[in-house]
Structures are given as C-alpha cells and as structure tokens.
Design a protein around this ligand. Structure first.
Ligand SMILES: [Zn+2]
Length: 199
C-alpha cells in the first residue's frame, strides 16, 4: 500500500479524529492565516476593492435590511453622527464634486425632477431663513426679464456668470457683480474671511 492510499483509508475510517485534527490545526494557525490574508489584501488593493464590490452587490438586500434595523433601534444616531462629522462630510462632498465634474452638470435639475415636493419645500425653507437674499435674487431675475439688467460674462475669467451681491441691503439688490460659479464661491469665501477678521 502506498502512503497516499494508506492516508486516504485512514481518513475515511477515522472521520472524528480527522475533523479534530483539522480543527486544532485551524486554531493553531489562526493568527498566521489572518496575517497572510491581510498582507495579500495590502499587496492587491484593486482585487480587494473588486471583491468588496462583488460582496456588497451580492449582499445588498441584507445590508439594506441591517441598516433599516439599526436605524429603527437607534433613532437619532444618524443625525448625531452627521453633526459630529459635519466638517469632514463637507470636505468629502467637496472632494467628490471636484473629482466628478461631469456628474455635477444638471444635478439639481435631476434632483428636482426626482423629488418634486422636496425641492420646493427646501426652497421655501431657504427663502424663509434668508429673506433678504431671496429678495435680492428675485429682484435681479425680474430686472433681467424686464430688460433692466443684462447678464454679463464672469468678470474674472469670462465664463457664463451669476449675479453676485456684495451686499444684500435693500438699496443694493440691483448692484451686482457678474461672476462664474467658481469665482462667485471664491468671492463669498473672501467675504466670509473678512467678516471673521472683523469680528
Ligand atoms: Zn470666473
């Protein structure tokens, strides 16, 4: 009888011993195995990401159910988490938008189409919280419609521009500076920093 044949027969006739042996082996080499798998994943990041993606796709329903259960058992958790990580989240969103410029085009339009009531509710909320800004925008829009004001290209770079208000005081509603979204946002950051320095 060859060694291989002997071993095969032994395993077949001693299933309990074999199972116990392999259990012991499994336990004794656990740390080694974990370390090996960790090293493999670190060395193959793309495969690791692909595996995760596949795993997630295959267990999507389970994860969604887990999430629902957790949220039901921990009301207020998401809100508290967001409040604690607000700055981080804003930075993440900013980085995502910067990395996916194409997806940003038409985003608000798509959002409004998908959430008809939601968008107008948000708009009303914003309007109520920012009455002077709302009136400044409204005044500019109606002045454009009536031909009193003509939209200009961005004063800095020449791109399609938005009407920027240095001040939302009533007598400044038609005093606008034309800036593209990028330079408009930059100007508001400058104004905010100036306000902070003055405070
Ligand atoms: Zn510009």
């Amino acid at each position: 009888m060859t060694n291989a044949e002997y071993s095969r027969r032994y395993r077949a006739s001693h299933p309990a011993e074999v199972a116990e042996q392999s259990r012991k082996y499994y336990v004794a080499h656990r740390a080694e195995r974990i370390e090996k798998s960790r090293a493999y994943r670190a060395a193959h990041p793309a495969e690791e990401a692909e595996q995760k993606r596949r795993h997630y796709a295959a267990h999507r329903a389970e994860y969604a159910e887990q999430g629902r259960k957790f949220r039901a058992e921990h009301p207020g958790y998401a809100r508290a988490y967001r409040a604690a990580h607000r700055a981080e989240e804003a930075e993440q969103k900013r980085a995502y938008r910067a990395a996916h410029p194409a997806e940003q085009v038409g985003y608000s339009r798509k959002y409004r189409a998908a959430h008809p009531g939601r968008a107008s509710a948000l708009a009303r909320k914003w309007q109520a919280a920012n009455p002077e800004k709302y009136m400044a925008h409204y005044t500019v829009q109606s002045a454009i419609k009536r031909g009193i004001l003509t939209p200009q290209p961005c004063r800095v770079c020449g791109d399609v521009a938005q009407a920027h208000h240095e001040s939302y005081e009533r007598d400044q509603w038609l005093n606008v500076d034309w800036l593209c979204p990028k330079h408009h946002a930059a100007r508001h950051l400058e104004l905010r920093d100036m306000e902070r320095l003055a405070a």
